[in-house]
Ligand binder design. Structure first.
Ligand SMILES: C[S@@+](CC[C@H](N)C(=O)[O-])C[C@H]1O[C@@H](n2cnc3c(N)ncnc32)[C@H](O)[C@@H]1O
Length: 274
């Protein structure tokens, strides 16, 4: 593979390690120790190769996300959904934590991540028979082709998760992915995603360029940050209707100075129906 952006590697590992710190629910057939087991030996090395220290500031960013997405999975299972599709799943443990009879979990990520996850799953004694791992580059591949080829049934209502992933894709790829997912979403399906949102009126390209320069020294892995209104338009055009659109659920992510004004970027949590 081409060398991955080291900041992306670090963030992928860090968010999984962060979840180990939280008390979380699990199902009767699920494994409470799954996130810990999946991250054994991980250090989330930064671009300098040094392990990332877990600290309160970083945990505060992660803390609201785990319960939001955990709850959605549990609600979907309670409603009888039998397919959970986790896009850019990384080392997310929900396919183990929320293992349930008759429910299949599809996890998509880049080939080297899938290979490592396979290796990590094989090293556990968990029952992984309800997990389908799919190699995918969400920037270019069509999930509309990959999912059915992997046994996904587009006729069944499903839960689609896109947690902390869209910001790493180009905005055009985000739109195509959302439209592709809508094409696989039977009526009654739900999409839950995190969207990086900047204030209305801030120039998205200028903000991304400034963040790249000031926060990442020219190596930013972040590509999609938009106003909430733009996110709403993108989701609507792709065929998704956001639930409770006037209610904002969010955590502050970072600030950058754009055109002399401080722009607060938030991670907003959005849930939509097909
Ligand atoms: C911050 S991690 C989040 C992982 C997981 N959703 C979680 O919350 O633990 C971002 C994930 O998106 C994946 N990702 C980024 N770009 C991708 C691409 N082009 N295709 C597939 N996956 C991608 C990364 O490999 C990584 O696993």
């Amino acid at each position: 593979m081409n060398q991955e952006n080291p900041t992306l590697t670090m963030i992928r590992e860090f968010v999984a390690l962060g979840r180990v710190e939280f008390d979380r629910p699990f199902t009767r057939d699920g494994y409470d120790s799954a996130q810990w087991k999946l991250t054994e030996g991980m250090t989330a090395p930064g671009p300098d190769g040094k392990p990332t220290e877990m600290n309160e500031l970083l945990l505060r960013l992660l803390e609201p996300r785990a319960p939001y997405f955990d709850r959605l999975v549990l609600d979907a299972l309670a409603s009888g959904i039998t397919q959970v599709v986790n896009l850019g799943a990384g080392y997310d443990d929900r396919s183990l934590r929320f293992r349930s009879p008759g429910v299949r979990f599809f996890e998509l990520d880049l080939p080297h991540v899938i290979a490592d996850k396979k290796r990590r799953l094989a090293a556990t004694d968990f029952d992984t028979s309800a997990i389908t791992l799919i190699e995918a580059d969400l920037q270019t591949d069509s999930v509309g082709e990959l999912l059915p080829a992997a046994g996904f049934d587009p006729g069944e209502p499903s839960l689609f998760l896109l947690e902390h992933v869209a910001l790493f894709l180009e905005s055009g790829a985000v739109s195509s992915l959302l439209a592709s997912l809508a094409g696989q979403a039977a009526s009654g399906s739900t999409l839950a995603l995190t969207a990086e949102v900047h204030p209305q009126g801030t120039d998205s390209a200028a903000l991304l360029a400034t963040a790249d320069e000031t926060l990442f020294g020219g190596t930013s892995p972040l590509h999609t940050i938009m106003s909430r209104d733009t996110w709403m338009d993108v989701l609507k055009s792709a065929g998704w209707e956001v639930r409770d659109p006037t209610h904002v659920t969010a955590v502050d992510h970072f600030e950058v100075l754009v055109g002399g004004e401080t722009a607060q970027v938030q991670t907003q949590f959005l849930t939509a129906t097909a």
